[in-house]
Design a protein around this ligand. Structure first.
Ligand SMILES: Cc1cc2nc3c(=O)[nH]c(=O)nc-3n(C[C@H](O)[C@H](O)[C@H](O)COP(=O)(O)OP(=O)(O)OC[C@H]3O[C@@H](n4cnc5c(N)ncnc54)[C@H](O)[C@@H]3O)c2cc1C
Length: 341
């Protein structure tokens, strides 16, 4: 029988550490518990929200009349074998970085570039987590979900997950409909190439290593990431606060003409991606504080909670940054973390 606690502090459930009280909170440790949670939601007439470790999530202030379900289904197993690959299935509640570590210890490549990303396996397909030119969609075979429309468990193949840049069906039309219970990844038995990013190339050049092992690539990425990112345990944050905007090529050309140092990356013939951190920095916000919220001084894409900030403080900071970027560049910034308000 699934038990719920009443009036749980939202700030204890997210790494940004803002938020009021959640009306009901429960933990799903096995798939069968999901049906209990739905029954409870119907009786209480309150919406149900599945979460993982709260590293891409922000709660509003005051009393939030919702039921929050922390997905805590554990377990990692081999579910398929190919000549060159193994399929590994992990429960939604497995910590993401523990899965990466597990695969690397097993000599499997494919997830090493995603080392040290906070959060759970269950959330990895939601925003198709990515780093260093790699994203979860590159290795996901399928996602197991509980479909709330018919109460059935289903397997959604990768091709139907509509993965895009920090995007998927689970963020759009499937939001609220699918509760992710496990994810299956296909990983290679062969060593990976070194991710071709200046920081990583430099790391191995300095060490004089031309053919690092899987474990060494993981270690390099972990070291480089934590030298640039604030650790949520000591400086609460939700990682990148804005998505890198995708704009038409003409806008990209205009910005590049005006600012030759602009970080503009072509996506195809008609679209470019612009680094949101560069836009925010150029608008003069890097390191700036708005009371209890600051723009991180080493990376303008990250907002940090200096302690005791609430959702209203965050809204004010976000509004000011977005308006300035809009005024200066004519570009709309889209927030990356999900919000429960
Ligand atoms: C310091 C820092 C660095 C980060 N770096 C990166 C990075 O490099 N790349 C990157 O992509 N992200 C990054 N992130 C964001 C974050 O780590 C990822 O988005 C991660 O996948 C969130 O996992 P979570 O378990 O904390 O999800 P949560 O924050 O709990 O939830 C996020 C969203 O997923 C939904 N969700 C969660 N679990 C389920 C489930 N089982 N079923 C259905 N819906 C679910 C929630 O409702 C919510 O909408 C970073 C965050 C931090 C704090």
């Amino acid at each position: 029988m699934l038990l719920f606690s009443g009036y749980t502090e939202g700030r204890d459930l997210c790494t940004f550490r803002t938020g009021g009280q959640i009306r009901y909170f429960g933990e799903i440790r096995k798939k069968e518990d999901i049906k209990d949670a739905l029954d409870f939601s119907e009786t209480a007439k309150l919406p149900l929200i599945a979460i993982g470790e709260g590293s891409n999530l922000i709660f509003g202030d005051g009393l939030l009349n919702v039921i929050v379900l922390k997905m805590n289904i554990k377990g990692i197993e081999t579910t398929g074998k190919g000549t060159d690959s193994l399929d590994i299935t992990a429960g939604a509640g497995v910590n993401w970085d523990s899965l990466v570590e597990y695969t690397i210890k097993a000599g499997l490549s494919g997830l090493e570039a995603l080392s040290a990303i906070p959060g759970s396996v269950g959330a990895s397909p939601v925003q198709n987590i990515g780093a260093y030119g790699c994203e979860a969609a590159d290795t996901i075979v399928s996602v197991e979900v509980f479909d709330r429309t018919d109460g059935m468990f289903k397997i959604i193949p990768c091709a139907e997950c509509r993965f895009g840049y920090r995007d998927s069906i689970f963020k759009k039309e499937g939001k609220g409909r699918y509760i992710i219970t496990s994810v299956t990844f296909r990983l290679s038995k062969y060593p990976p190439p070194i991710p071709q990013y200046p920081d990583i190339i430099d790391f191995f050049r300095v060490k004089g290593q031309s053919a690092p092992s899987l474990g060494e690539i993981r270690e390099a990425i972990t070291t480089i990431r934590w030298s640039k990112l604030p650790d949520p345990a000591t400086l609460p944050n939700a990682g990148s606060f804005f998505k890198n905007p995708v704009v038409d090529a003409e806008t990209g050309r205009r910005i590049k003409m005006e600012y030759p140092d602009a970080r503009v990356f072509p996506l195809d013939e008609s679209r470019v991606k612009i680094a949101a951190g560069w836009l925010i920095e150029k608008a003069g916000y890097k390191g700036l504080s708005f009371g209890k919220i600051s723009v991180y001084d080493k990376n303008a894409l990250i907002l940090v909670n200096n302690g005791g900030a609430n959702h209203a403080d965050l809204t004010a900071a976000r509004g000011s940054i977005s308006e300035s970027v809009m005024e200066k560049f004519g570009i709309i910034l889209e927030q990356e973390p999900d919000e429960v308000i």
